[in-house]
Design a protein around this ligand. Structure first.
Ligand code: RDL
Ligand code: RDL
Ligand code: RDL
Length: 154
């Protein structure tokens, strides 16, 4: 049985945790999912590390970044933290981030968020359950999360 960790935030304006749980449970029937909610993105690296220490094989973080420059600096710091935890633990942490300025319209933002969470939850399951070569058939295909695929350049 595989163990997946989900880290989400109270800062986020969409409950992405529920979407990730549903997707992972549907994709991997032999799985356990542990959820850890923190205030904001800068709190996600330690939460992810704690979930890995509790036995998670991989983690998905669900962050929401506000519109200001300060928010973007917070994201950069959080992202470097998440990469550091991955290097220290040799476990995948899939960083799902929604930037509030990706769309003006809240319905569009929601659509981006749902698409990105679902696609990256599936990516996490593939990497953890099916191993290092599981995404190789899709290499170079211009896949995108939150948007339509860009596609390959022939
Ligand atoms: O440790 C408490 C906070 O510092 C932490 O939760 C931060 O991640 C909160 N935060 C900011 O301070 C900020 O300027 C967040 C953002 N911007 C942001 O855009 N998204 C967040 N948190 O999730
Ligand atoms: O962990 C999941 C994603 O966060 C990770 O795969 C990122 O590298 C995806 N990504 C972005 O989030 C982004 O804003 C990528 C780019 N831009 C990019 O320009 N090239 C990428 N990934 O390969
Ligand atoms: O080509 C349009 C988008 O792919 C581009 O604007 C990306 O930077 C958008 N994006 C993010 O901002 C992000 O934080 C993406 C991801 N994460 C991601 O994980 N996958 C994407 N885009 O395809």
């Amino acid at each position: 049985m595989r163990k997946y960790g989900i880290v989400d935030t109270t800062f986020s304006r969409i409950d992405m945790g529920n979407i990730a749980i549903k997707t992972i449970k549907k994709e991997d029937l032999d799985s356990e999912v542990i959820r850890y909610t923190v205030p904001g993105i800068k709190d996600t690296p330690v939460a992810a590390k704690k979930l890995i220490e509790k036995g998670c094989d991989g983690v998905i973080t669900l962050g929401w970044v506000g519109k200001t420059m300060l928010d973007k600096y917070s994201y950069l710091a959080a992202s470097i933290g998440l990469i550091t935890v991955q290097i220290l633990t040799s476990k995948h942490i899939i960083d799902v981030t929604i930037h509030e300025d990706e769309a003006d319209d809240i319905d569009k933002l929601k659509e981006i968020a749902i698409d990105r969470v679902v696609k990256h939850s599936k990516n996490l399951v593939k990497l953890i359950r099916d191993g290092e070569n599981s995404l190789t058939p899709f290499a170079g295909k211009g896949l995108r999360q939150g948007y339509k695929d860009a596609g390959p350049i022939d």
